[in-house]
Design a protein around this ligand. Structure first.
Ligand code: 13P
Length: 249
């Protein structure tokens, strides 16, 4: 079966609840489609607002992070169990900004992803290299290691459910998008690695996204590459022209 494309917006730490409500009001009819799976990953305080604003549409809501514990003395954190009860189906795990500013390790990304799955959430697991790593020819090694740890202890069924987002750090928020060939070769390597671990049918089912300076101008060529199943979109998901990214075909 063909993999359904996914276009996920990552709002990062943007839009207050009132702004979120009015922005969703502006774009929801334009991005409401069956052709791709559309997800808006919003700040925690906007989850309920977004759910209400999106009622009656096919657009999904996602969170941007979660803790690996179900509950406990972790001031300021949110658990997968909480997201599950709120019926938030997706959660970004291990975004490079979390890895860089909040020191999240590959192991933490793995534990969080396993916990997300246990709560029936779909983790959108982010991996990607820095410009220094790319320039020193280490892209494939870095991504391989990140993916290998992230998928540790996952079953074939788990890996069919997860979404992998290849986000080269040098392309995030910089306006320097990976070329479609650069993005494709890494996404193809990611799929190959899944095949080596769990077989071809799992590898053929897992959605692998590209993220990093996706715009209405480059979405089509990127998302139509054979191993790229859509995108994780930052800045461009905060504009009404996000519609054109969603309708990239
Ligand atoms: P930009 O699309 O703003 O480069 O951000 C990409 C990203 O980090 C999505 O998670």
């Amino acid at each position: 079966m063909a993999r359904k494309k996914v276009v996920a917006g990552n709002w990062k730490m943007n839009l207050t609840p009132s702004k979120a409500e009015s922005f969703i009001g502006e774009i929801k009819d334009k991005i409401n489609t069956d052709a791709v799976e559309v997800v808006l990953c919003v700040p925690y305080v906007n989850l309920a607002t977004a759910q209400n604003a999106l009622k009656g549409t096919k657009i999904h809501v996602g969170a941007q992070n979660m803790h690996y514990a179900d509950e406990g003395a972790y001031t300021g954190e949110i658990s997968g169990k909480m997201l599950a009860e709120m019926k938030v189906p997706y959660v970004i795990i291990g975004h490079s900004e979390r890895r860089e500013y909040f020191k999240e390790s590959d192991t933490e990304v793995n534990i969080k992803s396993l916990k997300a799955l246990k709560n029936n959430l779909i983790p959108i697991i982010c991996i990607g290299e820095t410009s220094k790593q790319r320039n020193s020819g280490r892209t494939f090694d870095v991504v391989r290691k990140q993916l290998s740890v992230a998928l540790d202890d996952m079953t074939a069924d788990d890996v069919k459910k997860v979404i992998i987002a290849y986000e080269p750090i040098w392309a995030i928020g910089t306006g320097v998008t990976a070329t479609k060939e650069q993005a494709e070769e890494v996404c193809a390597a990611i799929r190959k690695q899944i095949e080596e671990k769990l077989g071809k049918s799992v590898a053929d089912s897992t959605r692998i996204l590209y993220g990093g300076s996706v715009t209405p101008d480059n979405a089509k060529e990127l998302f139509n590459m054979p191993n790229i199943d859509g995108g994780l979109v930052g800045g461009a998901s905060l504009k009404t022209s996000f519609e054109q990214v969603v309708r990239f075909e």
